[in-house]
Ligand binder design. Sequence first.
Ligand code: GTP
Ligand code: MG
Length: 342
Amino acid sequence: MAASLNQLPGVGPTTADKLLEAGFDSYQALAVASPGELSNTIDIGERTATDIIQAAREAADVGDFESGTALRKQRDQIGKLSLLIDEIDELLGGGIETQSITEFYGKFGSGKSQLTHHLCLTVQLPEDYGGFHGRAVFLDTEDTFRPERIDNMVRGLPDEVIEATMTDRGIAGDAADEAALDELVSHVLERIHVAKGFNSSHQMLLTEKALDLTGEYTDTAWPVRLVCVDSLIAHFRAEYVGRGNLAERQQKLNKHLHDLMRLASLKNVAVVVTNQVAANPEAFFGDPTHPIGGHILGHSSTVRIYLRKSKGDKRIVRLVDAPSLPEGEAVMRITESGLKPD
Ligand code: GTP
Ligand code: MG
């Protein structure tokens, strides 16, 4: 690929390497970049960046108006990832969509991290069981990822699903066979790529790495089909404190979301992010159920889902904002063996 980026006018070997390193691994990726973003990322002048993007657009044959047919073709590839909880799948019109960002927001303990764990498992299930037969990337910014929890969740799947999944992976045995279950758990954990983000810049860098990783597995039997960011906002919130830093925070967050959106649409991946609800509603938007992040986040995440605690292990899942779905609610339970229907 470096060789072909090299063929763009104005791109020498050094620039080509920098582009690759920054995750611009195709004409298409370059074509949708903004000059400001590109010039900042690889440290070139904005004029040069504009020229490179223009050349990439011509080479990639994008950036013009797309026909309805072409758009339809891309939309036809949108997959819907099942949660294995019928009521929620129905609420979401079939499941969590690829090519877009889905945001789960809610208070502490509402189940955001549990949901991201759960999806790292369901994305791996065979298509007959609502999965993508794909792997997951987990950007862990709060040190919440727990392999033991995945272990519980695998063992907690219905026997039929366990056995279909074993067959799918060439694991001999059944749901009562401990050795086969152990093998299945390892197989599943092997396909969850976890990276811990130590601060917001690191988190953004990891997003670029996630794009690389996704590229590496694109044409393999187990492509990356899910990228989770848990939590999206925590670092940004901690680092950019106070009104004076709000604009800069939003700008960075905007770039981060832009990168995630690009990953989602270029690689046909489902991106799932979590977001805390402000503890002090006054400090933000006056609505206690409003997620942190402000307007930019509101526009970028295509589907927003509000989680709230109910009695005991029950959680209410509320679809708040989706382009083509009615609002509504569903219920799930967080049990020892994972997320279950009510
Ligand atoms: P914050 O990250 O603090 O904002 O919360 P969150 O929304 O990510 O909450 P999380 O997904 O961590 O949900 C926590 C809830 O899940 C807890 O209140 C527990 O009730 C439940 N939970 C987590 N792990 C287990 C487990 O191993 N077994 C059972 N039965 N419940 C669990
Ligand atoms: Mg959490």
